[in-house]
Every structure is written in structure tokens, then in C-alpha cells.
Write a protein that binds this ligand. Structure first.
Ligand SMILES: Cc1cc2nc3c(=O)[nH]c(=O)nc-3n(C[C@H](O)[C@H](O)[C@H](O)COP(=O)(O)OP(=O)(O)OC[C@H]3O[C@@H](n4cnc5c(N)ncnc54)[C@H](O)[C@@H]3O)c2cc1C
Length: 490
């Protein structure tokens, strides 16, 4: 890839927000680059969340959150077909077990109607339990929202980014933006590995969007992270929930949920805990215990035995003048023209992302970015083929075409060598073990990589032509091997 001398547009941050925007704008005759400090897409909050495409009843009417959530939800299904990522419209329930919770779901119902959420209704506990037989018999009523859906957030981010790359967007990885200055109508973006210039800049740096604004002197705000921990359960208990099951929201968040994932696991969580550091993604014994206790109110059969992994993500909670700001910050800066802030994109940012992209396109248009449709825009991305999800007939065809589909590397998730090689060599290819994991699911099963990790490391080493000691878990210096235990062994 040849870096352009001046890009029409530079987007900072390759999470779901930066990637959906890059993909939408890649349909126009523009030179666009996406600048990311990590070595892959979806390394920030977009890789660690509930993966829910919310129906849209949570946000206050009249907010950007409410508008873009409902619109984003409506856009996702079509996008999942064009870009080949998993999307399941399972619908969601918010369950009520006492008078206070009944009032809470009634208020959500009213809010949902004002926000224009299609098909919502409150059903009796009896009706609810017919749909969710493993749920607590104490549930009195539930708010049903048929449009709520689930996706894999990193699969979707990868799909948007890959299609953007196929349509000409340049991706710069491991290029942390360290300085930003506007000189004579051109932005000079100082990165760890050289400068990039652009006429328009969009700040989609998630938890770090406040720092990018500060660099260029745009509106000041601060992001204070709030951690959400999760427990991931094995696929063998997937029948415990058929839909997305929320408890009523609290002041801290949307309430603990129990949800199927697109990969057939059950996910429970999240907690909501303010933390100091923007990198504090560890999980805690207290958090894990708390999630199980609270989730058992919805599904009493849940136990620690079903857990196969835990993880956490950080909500980008925005503060302006020391006061929490209860909406997304989406604006062209009043002072720094042609600089756009997409800050404080906390939940429902994943659900809202495609609608946020549309809104930003319109802002860019108003600010003078010329949007002329390309004749050769490729709207469709070839879906990634998951061997485990193929029918017997399709599996045989895959093996005939490429015998590496017959070599199972990850036995828990039935991931083949062919898939791992394809993930490494795709337009936005996996660079490390976590990159392979997010794309193929290898290492995501019961053994969590205990058996397959060395084989995957060998494949990355061979395909990327790097030594085994250069193979990392997730970039930087997270190398998995330190050296040889005995001399003379290759
Ligand atoms: C616990 C939890 C649960 C959630 N559940 C849901 C849900 O179910 N549904 C929903 O709709 N939303 C949910 N959300 C919200 C959703 O995850 C976020 O709104 C969304 O992921 C934000 O995406 P983003 O692209 O803005 O941020 P990120 O994904 O964090 O992307 C920002 C990118 O910018 C990069 N970056 C930062 N600084 C720099 C720099 N200086 N130079 C270059 N690159 C930089 C980062 O490395 C990162 O890749 C949840 C969030 C959390 C934490």
C-alpha cells in the first residue's frame, strides 16, 4: 500500500464505529485511511461487550442514543447479509419479579413507544415461561421486544473493515496517534511511525477519544471507564435461554443479562464498576461471583460449573465539566472545522454504529466533503467459511477443494488449518493468536487453547514467515515463547 500525500479523510480508531464509517464512506470517490494503534481491528471496547443489537427502549426519547439505536437495529440485518457476519434476531425480554420491577418495565415500554421501537409488548409471566422454561417461576411479567438481535461484535467489525479495505480504504496498524495539528486547512497527524495528512479527520478513538480532542484543541471532555465483567458458559448449556433475557436496568447500566451468543454459548453479565485505568480489563473473583448470583435470579439452574471463560470490557462514559453526559457526542467541532468527534460512544454504540456512520456522513457532506458514488463499489463481502457450521455435504466439498479443511487444529470448536490460513491471509489478516481466535474461534472452546495453541503458533510462524519466538498473543511484546528449553532443538 502506498501512503497518499494528503488523504481526503482520516479516521482514528478501528473499532466498530471507525470501521462502519470507513465501510459506508468507501462507496464514494474519496481517499480514506483508518489509523489504529493496535495491530488489528476490534482490539478496544468493540471486542468485549454483550453483542446485543438492542431494540431501542432504554435510551431517553429525543437523544442521539435513542434515534441511532432504533435506526441501527433496522440496518443491521441487511448489512449482515451483504458482509456475511452472523446476526440472529432472537428478541429480548426484560423480566420483572416484584412491583418495583413491574413499574420499571412499564416505563421502558412507554419509552420504547416514544422511541419508535417496533412490536414491543408486556406479556404475563405465564406466557413468558412457555417461551423460556428454564427461567425463574417468580417472573411476573416481561417486556418483549422482537427486534432485539445478537451478533459477534468482533466478527462484525472485521467484516466492515475488510469490505472497506476491499473498496480502497488504507489501514495503518500499530500507528498510535500522538499529535494532531491543523495547518493551513490540512491536518498533520503525528503517529508513532511517521506523519499522515488529511483534509478531514474523524476521532473514533473510543476510550481515548478525549485525548485526541485535547491534541487538536477541540471541545474538552473526559472519558471515565466503567468496567463490565462477563462469564462465558459452555455450548452444552445453550438451551438455558432462547432469547436475550435482561433484568431491569439500574442507574449503573442495562441490568444483568443472560443471552445466547451467535456461536452457541451462553453469556452472562456485565457488572458495572468505575475503574481508574483505561486498560483495566482484568476480571475479579468478586465480579464473577456477583454475576452468577444476580443471573441466577433469571435462570436458577446457572452454576459456576458451566463457566469456560471470563472477560471484561470498559464503557467509555463521557464527562463534560465534571458532569456525566448522558448521550453520544457526535459533532463537527465548533472551533476546529472539519474535525469530527465521535466520543462517549458507550452502550448502545454497537447497535447504533451503522446509523452513527450515516449521521457522520451527512455531517461531512454539510462540511464540504464531496460525496460522489463510485461505479465499482463492492457492496458484498465473501463470507468467511466456518467448517463447523457447514453441512456434511458442504464439508466434503470443502475438503475436496482444499485438503487442509480435513486437518482439525482446534478440536473443541472444530476449526481447521484451512480456516486459520485464510484468516491470516484475508484482506485484514490475523497477526497473532488472538487475531486468529477472533476470526476463527480456534482457542475459544472448553480447553481455551490448551491443546491447539502450539499448532496455531506454528501456523502463524510459517504463514507470516516469522520465528516462533516472534509469535505473540496480542501484539506488542506478548510473545508466547521466550526461547528454547534445550539447545539443538529446532
Ligand atoms: C461491558 C460492555 C457491554 C456493552 N454491551 C453492548 C451491547 O450489548 N450493545 C451495544 O450496542 N453496545 C454495547 N456496548 C457498547 C459498545 O461496545 C461500544 O459502544 C462500542 O464498542 C464502541 O466502539 P468504538 O469503535 O467507539 O470504540 P473501540 O472499540 O474502543 O475502538 C476505538 C479504537 O481506537 C483505537 N485508538 C485509541 N486511541 C488511539 C490512538 N491514539 N491512535 C490510534 N488508535 C487509537 C483503539 O485501539 C480502538 O481500537 C457495551 C460496552 C461495554 C463496555
Amino acid at each position: 500500500m502506498n501512503q497518499k500525500s494528503v488523504y481526503d479523510l482520516a479516521i482514528i480508531g478501528a473499532g466498530i464505529i471507525g470501521s462502519t464509517l470507513a465501510r459506508l464512506l468507501s462507496r464514494y470517490e474519496l481517499s480514506i485511511c483508518l489509523i489504529e494503534k493496535e495491530n488489528d481491528v476490534s482490539c478496544g471496547t468493540s471486542k468485549a461487550n454483550s453483542g446485543i443489537i438492542h431494540a431501542g427502549y432504554d435510551a431517553w426519547p429525543g437523544t442521539k442514543m435513542a434515534e441511532y439505536n432504533v435506526r441501527g437495529n433496522a440496518l443491521y440485518e441487511g448489512l449482515s447479509k451483504e458482509l456475511g457476519f452472523g446476526f440472529q434476531r432472537l428478541g429480548s425480554y426484560v423480566v420483572a419479579q416484584n412491583d418495583e420491577e413491574l413499574k420499571s418495565i412499564e416505563a421502558l415500554f412507554e419509552r420504547g413507544k416514544k422511541n419508535g421501537v417496533p412490536g414491543i409488548e408486556i406479556i404475563s409471566g405465564f406466557e413468558f415461561l412457555k417461551k423460556e422454561p428454564h427461567a425463574s417461576p417468580d417472573i411476573l411479567a416481561a417486556l418483549w421486544a422482537p427486534t432485539a438481535a445478537i451478533i459477534s461484535p468482533y466478527e462484525a467489525t472485521w467484516a466492515f473493515a475488510e469490505n472497506a479495505a476491499e473498496n480502497g480504504v488504507d489501514f495503518f496498524f500499530e500507528r498510535e496517534v500522538q499529535g494532531l495539528e491543523k495547518v493551513a486547512d490540512i491536518f498533520h497527524i503525528k503517529t508513532g511511525k511517521g506523519n499522515i495528512q488529511a483534509r478531514f479527520v474523524v476521532n473514533a478513538a473510543g476510550l481515548f477519544s478525549d485525548r485526541i480532542n485535547a491534541m487538536v484543541g477541540a471541545r474538552a471532555f473526559s472519558i471515565r471507564p466503567r468496567r463490565g465483567e462477563y462469564v462465558l458458559l459452555d455450548t452444552n448449556v445453550k438451551g438455558l435461554a432462547n432469547s436475550i433475557l435482561f433484568q431491569p436496568p439500574t442507574s449503573a447500566g442495562k441490568g444483568v443479562l443472560v443471552t445466547p451468543t451467535v456461536d452457541g454459548n451462553i453469556l452472562i453479565g456485565p457488572t458495572a464498576e468505575p475503574v481508574q485505568e483505561k486498560t483495566a480489563t482484568e476480571t475479579t473473583e468478586k465480579g464473577q461471583r456477583n454475576i452468577l448470583e444476580v443471573a441466577k435470579r433469571t435462570i436458577p439452574e446457572l452454576t459456576k460449573r458451566f463457566a469456560i471463560n471470563s472477560f471484561s470490557g470498559l464503557r467509555a462514559t463521557p464527562f463534560i465539566d465534571e458532569k456525566q453526559y448522558a448521550d453520544f457526542i457526535i459533532e463537527e467541532d465548533a472551533e476546529v472545522k472539519k474535525f469530527f468527534t465521535l466520543g462517549g460512544i458507550a452502550s448502545p454504540g454497537l447497535a447504533a454504529a451503522p446509523a452513527i456512520a450515516e449521521a457522520v456522513r451527512d455531517l461531512l457532506d454539510t462540511a464540504g466533503l464531496v460525496l460522489k458514488e463510485k461505479k465499482d463499489f463492492k457492496a458484498n463481502r465473501k463470507p468467511f467459511v466456518y467448517f463447523a457450521r457447514a453441512s456434511e455435504e458442504e464439508k466434503q466439498k470443502l475438503v475436496r477443494e482444499n485438503p487442509l479443511y480435513a486437518r482439525i487444529i482446534c478440536r473443541c470448536e472444530m476449526v481447521t488449518e484451512a480456516e486459520i490460513i485464510k484468516a491470516i491471509h484475508s484482506p485484514i489478516g490475523a497477526m497473532d493468536l488472538d487475531g486468529v481466535k477472533r476470526r476463527t474461534r480456534a482457542q475459544m472452546g472448553r480447553c481455551q487453547g490448551g491443546f491447539c495453541l502450539p499448532r496455531i503458533a506454528e501456523i502463524i510462524s510459517r504463514e507470516r514467515a516469522i520465528s516462533m519466538t516472534e509469535v505473540s498473543k496480542s501484539g506488542r511484546s506478548s510473545f508466547v515463547l521466550q526461547g528454547k528449553t534445550r539447545e539443538g532443538i529446532e
